[in-house]
Write a protein that binds this ligand. Structure first.
Ligand SMILES: [Fe+2]
Ligand SMILES: [Fe+2]
Length: 181
C-alpha cells in the first residue's frame, strides 16, 4: 500500500500537470473564439495550482522534498480539450483521491488529509462546469456559461457566480478573499 508521502507526490504531479494543461487549453479556447471557456480554464488552472501548493506544503510538513516538474502539453480542439479535462477530473474524483483520503486518515496525516479532501470536492465542481460547457458546445447553441469565475485561495473551490455566497462551502474562507478571474 502506498504511503501518504507517495500519494502527495502523485497528487502534486497530477495537479501541477493539470495546472499547465488548463492554462494551455485557456489560450486555445481564446484562439478558437470561446472567451467564456477560456476563463473557465483559467479559473480551473488557478485552482489546480492551489491544490499543488497545498500538497507541496503537506510534503514539507512531513519532511519530504518537493520536486519540480516540467510538462509537454497536448492541445486539441476546444471540445476535445474539455472532454479530456473532464476525463481527468472524473479519474481524480472516482479513483485517485478516495484511497489517498483513506490512507491519510489511517496515518493521521492531517494536513495532507485536508488537501486531499478539498481537492476531491473541488474536482467535482470542475467536472460539473466542464460537463455543462461540453453540453452547450455540442448543442451548437450560443454559450450561456459564465464569463466570470472566482477561486477560493485556500481550497481552490471554483465558482461561476458568488451571488448569495458569504463563504466557501468547502473550507469556510470568506468570499471577500476569493480570487476573481
Ligand atoms: Fe480540477
Ligand atoms: Fe475554499
Amino acid at each position: 500500500m502506498s504511503t501518504t508521502i507517495d500519494n502527495l507526490l502523485t497528487a502534486l504531479k497530477g495537479e501541477s500537470k493539470a495546472c499547465a494543461t488548463y492554462a494551455a487549453y485557456a489560450s486555445k479556447a481564446l484562439q478558437d473564439g470561446y472567451p467564456q471557456i477560456s476563463k473557465l480554464f483559467e479559473a480551473t488552472s488557478k485552482a489546480e495550482r492551489i491544490h499543488a501548493g497545498n500538497h507541496a506544503r503537506a510534503l514539507v510538513k512531513m519532511g519530504a522534498e518537493v520536486p519540480t516538474y516540467e510538462f509537454t502539453v497536448q492541445v486539441g480542439t476546444t471540445l476535445e480539450n474539455l472532454k479530456s479535462a473532464l476525463a481527468g477530473e472524473n479519474y481524480e474524483v472516482e479513483e485517485m483521491y478516495p484511497p489517498m483520503i483513506a490512507t491519510a486518515e489511517a496515518e493521521g496525516a492531517t494536513q495532507a488529509l485536508s488537501g486531499f479532501k478539498w481537492a476531491h470536492e473541488v474536482e467535482k465542481t470542475h467536472a460539473r462546469l466542464y460537463t455543462e460547457a461540453i453540453r452547450q458546445l455540442e448543442s451548437g447553441e450560443k454559450l450561456t456559461i459564465s464569463s466570470k469565475y472566482w477561486v477560493c485561495p485556500l481550497c481552490g473551490e471554483t465558482f461561476d457566480s458568488i451571488e448569495g455566497v458569504a463563504k466557501c462551502h468547502v473550507c469556510n474562507v470568506p468570499a471577500e478573499r476569493f480570487i476573481e478571474i
